[in-house]
Write a protein that binds this ligand. Structure first.
Ligand code: FE
Length: 140
């Protein structure tokens, strides 16, 4: 599903082609028991679902794109909610015409490479639901 190399508290992670990125990253965090951290990277995908949170309804509006795209940036954080790995990922991806789209990342299927740096912090951060925003905010 992935290959990795550890450098102190950081990992270089290469996810295998055709994998779904958020699922592979969550599996990696479970394997390494990462409870708090940060992630950034790049790659290429051919199917992805992005989310947009509408503050008026506090609901996510999802849209799926099925086309080859470069991940010009993927950034996010790792925490825990109810004892499970909780990823918060945002993505910007470029299309064949070099325009970019992006949003909160729900899922993305790799088509090429996906090269990430994962930093593991020494500790744990949980999440709590915030009724005002409709978000699962950091519980610091
Ligand atoms: Fe988000």
């Amino acid at each position: 599903m992935y290959a990795f190399k550890q450098f102190g508290s950081k990992y270089v992670l290469s996810i295998d082609n055709h994998q779904e990125i958020s699922a592979a990253l969550a599996a990696f965090c479970r394997e390494k028991d990462i409870r708090c951290g940060a992630v950034y990277g790049l790659g290429a995908i051919n199917k992805a679902t992005f989310r947009f949170l509408d503050p008026a309804t506090k609901k996510y509006v999802d849209k799926t794109f099925e086309e080859q795209m470069e991940i010009t940036n993927l950034t996010g954080n790792i925490s825990r909610k109810d004892g499970e790995v909780y990823l918060h990922l945002h993505i910007t991806a470029s299309r064949r015409d070099y325009s970019c789209i992006g949003g909160h990342l729900l899922s993305a299927v790799l088509s090429g490479a996906c090269e990430l740096v994962v930093e593991s912090f020494d500790g744990e951060i949980g999440r709590r639901f915030d009724p005002e925003t409709g978000l699962n905010l950091y519980d610091l």
